[in-house]
Write a protein that binds this ligand. Sequence first.
Ligand code: NIG
Ligand code: FE
Length: 431
Amino acid sequence: MKQQVELLVHNIGQLCTIPAQDGGPQRGARLGALGLLGNAAIAIDQGIVVATGDDADLRARYEGATMLNAQGRLVTPGLVDPHTHLIWAGDRADEFERRLVGATYQQIMAEGGGIVRTVQATRQADLATLVEESKARLAAMLAHGTTSVEVKTGYGLTTASEIAMLNAAALLDSEHPADIALTFLGAHAIPPEYAGNPDGYVDLIVNEMLPAVAEWRAEHWPGTLFCDVFCEAGAFDLAQTRRILEAAARYDMALKVHADEFETLGGARLAAQVGATSVDHIVATPDDEIEAVAASDTIAVALPPTPFGLGQTRYPNARRWLDAGAALAIATDCNPGTAWNENMQFVMALATRAMRLSPAQALAAATINAAFAIGRGGEVGSLEAGKQGDLVIWDAPSYPHLSYRFGRNLAQVVVKRGQIAYHSWWVGLPL
Ligand code: NIG
Ligand code: FE
């Protein structure tokens, strides 16, 4: 008697299971272990992976209420995007044009442009507008194969507008098949009201915002809530970053740090010291801080679309991070200032060229390690029995295609918790 399951994906030409390593991320030289199976199938029931294995064997054992014939194609876990600023209103296309003729991101920020422009637009937007604009981006992410997305606040910068962003994120999480990991980023920029008084704003974060966020969380967000700080010249210095993170930890929040996007302030070492889940950007991280992060449980998240989006040539030094034994993940950094992109396939294409990752390393960095970067390595990021049934059938025969090709969406069917959440019509996979 065959066991009934909700979904059987069969006739998979190449299945990448991308296993966790000793229950953790794939570290250092071990990055890129894809757990490849040829002629494979995967059985999913009640949203959870029941079995992966040989096609004939699984077809003999399982009957799917839905049978999906992958027709020899590539199947991977759903991609995980562990760093996005998904929620904002408006755009900054004019700043992009200015940067192309010589203005720098920091110059524009110092003149009162940059993040605070998006803050103004976001404060003015009502909740429905904010959710609508952001949902379009989330839908694009899902359609490109991303099934779990980290989302930050940080374009409100008042207690009320930061809470409004948390509400928008919670609404998106409940209304949309993609899962959201949520991060409070009140420390994204010094808002105009506190220009010249950054410590006054840090006081506000510590004394008013964090308590309000903790109260909001008790009512609306049962899972992990992260607190992140943009540790950078012109944003928050090392002492301010430490103060905010230590206060957040007292509210039982998990921690993240934006560090070394442009300059070295010591944010990477601090992230390791305070036990942050991840440290992100890591372009300008010095060797001794790379060692410190590698010796910790903190995941190093590279965001290659950011230097690309800014037209810069300096990317994180992946070789150094991997030689040190760090757990490296990659993300879009989707935001209106430096990197408006929703597509993790593009991030893999870029990480292979600009950071010299192999296609296997890029894929593991975009799945299992990205899952650990949002504290969900036990639930998503790999196709192992007991984990969520999140997967993508790609219009490609093998994993290198995901990095090798770029500029068009190769995701053909996206499954979230065993349910088809997106499929393209134009390639004509019979469903
Ligand atoms: O990660 N670095 C800080 N935040 C974003 C930029 C946000 C913006 O410019 O709106 C980033 O690059
Ligand atoms: Fe960011």
